[in-house]
Design a protein around this ligand. Sequence first.
Ligand code: KG4
Ligand code: ZN
Length: 344
Amino acid sequence: MYLLTLESSCDETAAAVIRDDGKIQSEVVASQAALHAEYGGVVPELASRAHMERILPVMDQVVKKAGISLAQIDAVAVANTPGLAGSLLVGLVAAKTLALVLGKPLIAINHLQAHIYACQVAAGENIFPCVGLIVSGGHTSLYRCNNALDFELLGTTIDDAAGEAFDKVAAMLGLPYPGGPNIQRCAEQGNPHAYAFPRAFLHEKERLQFSFSGLKTAVRYQLVGTGRQSFEELHLDDTTRANLAASFQEAVVDALATKALHALRLTRMNTLCVGGGVAANRALRERLESDAKRYHYQFRTAPLKLCTDNAVMGAIAWERFHAGLFEDLRLDIQPGVVRKNAAS
Ligand code: KG4
Ligand code: ZN
């Protein structure tokens, strides 16, 4: 049996064909990174227009690559929450139309839950129960993941997401979008202890929340002081830039790793699964690996291309398929975060 999954929640138009034994028959990701680069971040209206142009060719290509015909697809699944409204709509309308035309079931995918499920796809074995840490451009949250159908929000950021902070600080340092990989590269030459940047709520063990806007402001003040000088007028030398990047990255990694540990202790779980674009960060992966050894928990993540947005993680839809959780054509988008379970 074949499942077609679609992903268009942010700036990647992606599709995959996944067999019921878990084999990835084919996958396609059309990235819009180059389109948004000149604006230093994702422009929602441009993103939805680009999805409109790409969704049909991407679907066409993924089915061809799978070596099957459309008629062989047994179910159509789509990420309908959370994300940019216009972007989610494009995937949803495409999925509904295909499901209707083929007369096959429609399944809803919660994009954040799918990011955690990427760890299961990578592991090829059951990862549940676990604490799920999602760190992406739009979200930074901790979940209690009881099983693939039962996720409960434990805490989230009260302002910026970790990826958003990477992107904004990168812009301040004159590094191109997407900021995460560029800060990582620049930080490799720097000293992570050069500047003591803030880590919000670090010692409040019961508080499973994040905040990165103060950190972003601290980098800004370090750069330009409280004066009116603009970033463009700064002539940063390479060492200072690398030290700022490394110290900023260290502060984010410290906050994420410490809160993940708090969540493991509070839930009495011993597996941590990390997904989302920032999970591709080498310093974060190394820190979590060493913490896992030190504090005796199991750390799981996915290969880099399954951390950033993709449709392969939509394999979570097979779990809903087997549980008989189907949607009708009233399925709508839900741009905001769902606190407990229901993808629809
Ligand atoms: O999950 P994702 O692909 O899209 C969203 O759902 O938002 O995450 C994108 C975010 C961007 O903010 C990007 O800068 C960040 O992930 N990112 C990284 C790295 N690779 C991507 N952040 C830090 N280090 C990286 N290596
Ligand atoms: Zn994502």
